[in-house]
Design a protein around this ligand. Structure first.
Ligand code: ATP
Length: 344
């Protein structure tokens, strides 16, 4: 992996009386039963992750699994009880408070579930606010804020107040505000949980569009696997403070490392997640193919054709046939049926 912009090394966060008792050599050294007997909550337990520049990294888990605590630790807002967080290779522990604040103000952007807009400021005022905190001139911050407002499609609404906007529009303001400082790291903590499903989808598309333009490093929290699968390069699944598995949506669906991950991904929309390459079989000798599909195509893109064909389709990459996919194999994969020697 390329040099990560952000890394957590054996990070734990314990809440309760004298948590240091449960560390050895700077690492968590106690079972969940011992911790709970002592009245300690391990909100984050021995987590190590590396996030390369430009990646969209999603942290998933149910309520109470430790997502918010982990993100607060990654953003330098909460110090871990043990372990280290490295931002661009610098251990946050070794930085002064002033250095930490400067990193948060200039290099990190945050979007929160409940928008956290300032009600007495207009859209323009809200988006310009972090630039005001940075001490930029009024002309400079207004110009930059207008640019960000246009970027999220709210041009013409600069003078509205938050209460005059829909939920989706308010979150666009939150997004514009978080991007105003031009952050390297963009944290989104359940940004769309308060929105209804249609708007939520629209906002996911918006993040994908912005990411295509801006190529930030994104840390995105959600409890919704479909949302994670739509936007993530990689997903970390958390349970009781522990990261159970890290992988692409496809890897988590096809090769869940734990029963919990299997249960979490069981109802995932497989046709939209799995690619031809991940589910193909060896091409039959002398096969007579009905057509070709690209190795990186999702099943949803070709299911209709394959399903209607008696003959298999060739799975191709760079003009080479890598494998084959036929109707029966495709349906087995879609319904999650185990196939001897198969990918599902
Ligand atoms: N300041 C605190 N003091 C004590 N316990 C805490 C504190 N903050 C979090 N916890 C506990 O740590 C665990 C993880 O909490 P956290 O908020 O990180 O979970 P989450 O996955 O973000 O949940 P949600 O999706 O509901 O926000 C929970 O059991 C919570 O009660």
């Amino acid at each position: 992996m390329a040099h990560p912009i952000l890394a957590a090394r054996e990070v734990s966060k314990l809440y309760g009386p004298k948590p240091e008792r449960f560390l050895r050599d700077g690492r968590l050294a106690a079972t969940p039963a011992e911790l709970s007997a002592a009245g300690i909550t391990a909100a984050v337990a021995d987590v190590s992750i590396e996030i390369p520049r430009g990646e969209t990294f999603v942290i998933m888990g149910l309520s109470g699994s430790g997502k918010s605590t982990l993100v607060r630790i990654l953003a330098g807002l909460t110090p871990p009880t043990a372990g280290a967080v490295l931002f661009e290779g610098r251990d946050l522990k070794t930085l002064s408070e002033a250095e930490l604040i400067a990193i948060r103000r200039h290099q990190m952007g945050m979007v929160f579930q409940h928008f956290a807009l300032l009600p007495h400021l207009t859209v323009l005022g809200n988006v310009a606010f972090p630039l005001d905190v940075q001490g930029r001139s009024k002309a400079e911050r207004d110009a930059r804020a207008r640019e960000m407002i246009a970027l999220v499609g709210l041009e013409g609404r600069e003078d509205r107040f938050p209460r005059e906007l829909s939920g989706g529009q308010q979150q666009r303001v939150g997004i514009a505000r978080s991007l105003a400082v031009g952050p390297d790291l963009w944290f989104l903590d359940e940004p769309f949980s308060a929105l209804d499903p249609l708007i939520r989808r629209e906002m996911q598309d918006e993040v994908l569009r912005l990411q295509g333009l801006l190529k930030k490093t994104i840390v995105f929290i959600t409890h919704d696997f479909d949302e994670a699968a739509r936007i993530a390069d990689r997903i970390a699944i958390m349970k009781d403070g522990v990261v159970e598995q890290i992988g692409s949506a496809e890897e988590l669906v096809l090769a869940p490392a734990t029963p919990y991950v299997r249960a979490f991904t069981r109802d995932a929309p497989r046709a939209k997640i799995l690619t031809a390459k991940a589910v193909m079989t060896a091409p039959p000798a002398g096969a007579d193919f009905a057509g070709e599909v690209a190795a990186t195509d999702r099943i949803a893109a070709f299911a209709h054709d394959v399903e209607r064909s008696e003959k298999p389709f060739a799975v191709v990459e760079d003009g080479r046939v890598l494998g084959a996919i036929d109707r029966v194999a495709m349906i087995d994969v879609l319904v999650g049926r185990e196939r001897p020697g198969g990918a599902a």
